[in-house]
Design a protein around this ligand. Structure first.
Ligand code: HEC
Length: 117
């Protein structure tokens, strides 16, 4: 009995592990996103978008799941980002996301808000 139980559970466990490790986090920027974003931020680079995404992934699922940037328009992100940065810093009791990081987060969310899904 026990042996059969183990045999049936292992593939399911492996599948779950696979699903979780591959679960999409937040959208990765492409070169097309960089060029589109440069209309608003002329000095925008892939490094900046990657850095903004990393800050997002590290801090923005502490209380809820990740929101994808293209689910909110630009003017919403201008309000949400400072609001949520305040929440992150209060929750962690330190200035985890400083003004420079907040700007990178804004560049990432606003640029990716117009990315095709
Ligand atoms: C300390 C908990 C906490 C953290 C950390 C947090 N959020 Fe939130 N978030 C909330 C709560 C609570 C709401 C529900 C609406 C509200 O209170 O504004 C929310 C709502 C949202 C919404 C939905 C729009 C809205 O305002 O209702 C978005 C988008 C969002 N958060 C993005 C983020 C991003 C981006 C980060 C990382 C910078 C983040 N959140 C970090 C608690 C948090």
């Amino acid at each position: 009995m026990r042996k059969h139980y183990t045999r049936s559970v292992m593939p399911i466990a492996a599948l779950l592990l696979f699903i979780f490790s591959c679960a999409p986090k937040v959208a990765a920027p492409s070169e097309a996103d960089v060029s589109r974003g440069q209309k608003k931020y002329p000095d925008l680079s892939m490094e900046q978008l990657d850095a903004g995404r990393a800050i997002f992934q590290e801090n923005c699922n502490l209380c809820h799941g990740y929101y994808q940037a293209n689910t909110e328009p630009e003017d919403a992100w201008l309000e949400i980002v400072p609001d949520m940065v305040g929440k992150v810093n209060r929750k962690l009791g330190t200035e985890k996301i400083d003004a420079k990081d907040q700007e990178l987060l804004l560049r990432y969310t606003i640029t990716m808000s117009t990315a095709s899904p």
